[in-house]
Design a protein around this ligand. Structure first.
Ligand code: NIG
Ligand code: FE
Length: 444
């Protein structure tokens, strides 16, 4: 049985004996233990507490650790001195599109020159640009590119991630993407969930209103049965938006997914009041995501439901959109999660540290609220609340160990710095050991 002890932790963050989805004011409560130890056995959290309560048998492990020399202890040691460092659950990123081919920085420059997201989409750019690039990519090439991105995310502290299809838009292309996600699930130590997003946009052959039903039929009759048979997806998602899928189309597609055992998620209210939030609530969606554009009716519907509102602040940032009304959502009692929306068009970054920082800086989330939204509630937005997202006995040991920091609020405050020393996934450190650094001057 492999056993590891992390000790002298300055603060152990998000310690919970039991977890549940956090709503409204509950997000401000982030239980922490100062000067703590954490015991990991066989890749899972076995116990924790203040240093004064370290059990005698674990104390023996300390002899195998190093003295506190100011260096981070050898990550291969069974006892690791985390002096001055914070330990928190790894980020749970519940909304990404990280399987894609190529990149779209030319469109980025077009946007700098004044074109809008909708104008770029209307010219055959946007999602259709990625769809053309994906059609030309082999499954292996897609897998390799996605694998690199996943490695980068893990080093940035992400321990669980949801990945969507939606750049295939043909039977062959959507299945290719979902098979890549399946391979990532099998090979990566990260916990991964797959979402079928065939309804990301209408492919050119079906773009006229009168042809929409043809593509919907293709998804329902030719894609969903194979996806269900091969177990290629956990969820089904639709981009419910003006110029994309309307409410009636969204509902038809999601109901077909539900019949195949896929719980809905929705891209809702990104650019307009699309009715996507109310539709998601009505269909029992696990989450409705984006929410840049909200009114009282959409907020009220979400607050009165079990559906999670997933906010994607780096997409709003990148597209220069108004930020999601996080404070209003919390005041109304909604359950909110934070995710990266990592994709080549609206958020070419999967850095959850930046997501947390921007949510504080621009949406006025408190650091405690942002951390809860990016850990516990992010886990619930992937049906992983029982398994990840908090320091709870029995949960998978997916952890972030920070550099020595003056306080937890320093994380979103020093938003441009790499403040992570090590990341543990399933009990194993995954950051290159050469990255283990001496304490930095944090200005205190
Ligand atoms: O979540 N909004 C729709 N889909 C993505 C963007 C996809 C793209 O531009 O490639 C999003 O922002
Ligand atoms: Fe998205």
């Amino acid at each position: 049985m492999s056993s590891r002890l992390i000790y002298n932790i300055k603060q152990l963050v998000n310690t919970r004996r039991e977890t549940y989805l956090l709503r409204g004011a509950a997000l401000a409560d982030l239980p922490c233990i100062d000067h703590a130890w954490l015991h990991i056995e066989d890749g899972r959290i076995a116990g924790y507490g203040p240093m004064s309560t370290l059990p005698r048998d674990l104390r023996l492990l300390l002899d195998e650790g190093e003295d506190s020399t100011g260096e981070f202890a050898d990550p291969d040691a069974r006892a690791i001195d985390a002096g001055g460092r914070f330990v928190l659950p790894a980020w749970c990123d519940s909304h990404t599109h990280l399987v894609y081919a190529g990149s779209r920085e030319a469109e980025f420059v077009d946007k700098l020159r004044g074109l809008s997201y909708a104008e770029i989409a209307a010219r055959g750019g946007g999602i259709l640009n990625s769809a053309r690039q994906l059609a030309d990519a082999t499954e292996d090439a897609l897998f390799n590119a996605a694998w690199q991105r996943l490695q980068e995310l893990a080093r940035l502290g992400t321990g669980a991630v949801e990945i969507k299809s939606g750049y295939g838009l043909t039977v062959e292309g959507e299945l290719k993407m979902l098979r890549v996600i399946k391979r990532l699930k099998e090979k990566s130590p990260l916990t991964i969930k797959a979402t079928f997003l065939g309804a990301h946009t209408y492919p050119p052959a079906y773009k006229d209103d009168s042809d929409h039903q043809g593509y919907i039929n293709l998804m329902i009759e030719d894609m969903l049965p194979v996806i269900a048979r091969e177990g290629l997806a956990d969820y089904i998602d639709v981009f419910c938006e003006e110029g994309f899928f309307n409410v009636a189309e969204t509902e038809q597609i999601l109901r077909a997914g539900i019949q195949h055992g896929l719980r809905p998620k929705i891209h809702a209210n990104q650019l307009h009041l699309s009715g996507g939030v109310e539709t998601g609530v009505r269909l029992g969606a696990l989450s409705v995501d984006h929410l840049e554009t909200m009114d009282a009716s959409a907020i009220g519907a979400l607050a009165g439901s079990d559906t999670i509102g997933t906010l994607l602040p780096t997409a709003a940032f990148f597209l220069r959109m108004p930020f999601q009304p996080a404070r209003e959502l919390l005041d109304a009692g909604c359950a909110i999660a934070l995710a990266s929306d990592y994709n080549p068009g609206s958020s070419p970054s999967g850095n959850m540290n930046l997501v947390v920082a921007i949510s504080c800086i621009q949406m006025r989330l408190l650091p405690e609220e942002a951390i809860n939204a990016a850990t516990v509630n992010g886990a619930y937005a992937m049906s992983l609340g029982h398994e990840l997202g908090s320091i709870t006995p029995g949960k998978k040991a997916n952890l972030i160990i920070t550099r020595p920091l003056p306080s937890l609020a320093y994380l979103p405050y020093a938003f441009g710095s790499d403040l992570i020393d090590q990341v543990m996934i399933g009990g194993e450190f995954i950051r290159d050991k050469s990255l283990i650094r001496k304490p930095v001057n944090t200005g205190t």
